[in-house]
Design a protein around this ligand. Structure first.
Ligand code: NAD
Length: 261
């Protein structure tokens, strides 16, 4: 059977850990050539090994870049064009949680830091990738929002503002690019077990993060954390032609958490 992404080139940001890493493995096994972007070069090397184990036929380029810096964003887009001549898909995913705090104590520095990565980084990625997709007349983008981008979670002013912003950017740009053959969607993961959630549980209860985890999932209809590969399945679908008429939407992948409040 032909692989879903045979001869396609897909960029993944935040590819050195968690969801980006799981999506890299999944897209490689679906036949995609990859450009893996992260500010952490060790994480990128680890992902490259996993990708090569998943599929030794595909090519994977590594680009160490900070998504908040416009020159770095231009660099990963240029690297993709020079390696593969096109960009078929873009998983615009790098993000940070920031410190948890009441709004009155959140602080402008922390707020700006989270916005810079989660919102400016996603915008800059779209700016440069969409220029190329517009030229080509095809492409698919998946932005990583969050359940915190469609609901109020609390203690996360920067995260909530940035992820609601990602949803807004997704809807706005989907209107602009639909007729140009480019689809733009977002995913809204609930709590998926990655380094980010481990840190979050440590913030909630530094002495007993495991107990914090149990309490956290007790409010979820499926009573468990999601797995990165369950997010990867959704991203693979949204980037593929199977999702050919899905545009401008935000899909929760959260075990039903968004239906609870
Ligand atoms: P993670 O911490 O495991 O991975 C994030 C990766 O992004 C890391 O490799 C990190 O080095 C990279 N990164 C951070 N800042 C960067 C920057 N400025 N430039 C380049 N790379 C940078 O976290 P994760 O759980 O895989 O999160 C991935 C995305 O999913 C984030 O946008 C996060 O907000 C979102 N998300 C995660 C969850 C969850 O439960 N894990 C839920 C909802 C949304």
């Amino acid at each position: 059977m032909t692989q879903r992404f045979a001869d396609q080139a897909i960029i993944i940001t935040g590819a050195g850990s968690g969801l980006g890493q799981a999506v890299a493995e999944r897209l490689a096994s679906d036949g995609a050539n990859l450009v893996l972007v992260d500010m952490n070069p060790e994480g990128l090397e680890e992902t490259k090994e996993l990708v090569e184990q998943a599929n030794s036929e595909i090519k994977a380029e590594l680009v160490t870049a900070d998504v908040t810096k416009e020159d770095d964003v231009k660099k990963y887009v240029d690297a993709t064009i020079s390696a593969f001549g096109k960009i078929d898909g873009f998983f615009n995913n790098a993000g940070i949680e920031g410190k948890q705090n009441l709004t009155e104590d959140f602080g402008l520095d922390e707020f700006s830091k989270v916005i810079a990565v989660n919102l400016n980084g996603v915008f800059l990625g779209m700016q440069y990738v969409l220029k190329q997709m517009h030229k080509q007349g095809h492409g698919a983008v998946v932005n990583t929002a969050s359940v915190g981008g469609i609901r109020g979670v609390g203690n996360q002013s920067g995260y909530a503002a940035s992820k609601h912003g990602v949803v807004g950017l997704t809807r706005n740009s989907a209107r602009e690019y639909g007729e140009l053959g480019v689809r733009i969607n977002a995913i809204a993961p609930g709590a998926i077990m990655t380094a980010m959630v481990e840190n979050s549980l440590k913030q909630l209860d530094p002495d007993n993060p495991e107990e914090a985890g149990k309490q956290f999932v007790s409010a979820n209809p499926m009573k468990r954390f999601g797995k990165p590969e369950e997010v990867a399945g959704l991203v693979s679908f949204l980037l593929s032609e199977d999702a050919g008429f899905i545009n401008g939407t935000v899909i929760p992948v959260d075990g039903g958490q968004h239906a609870m409040y």
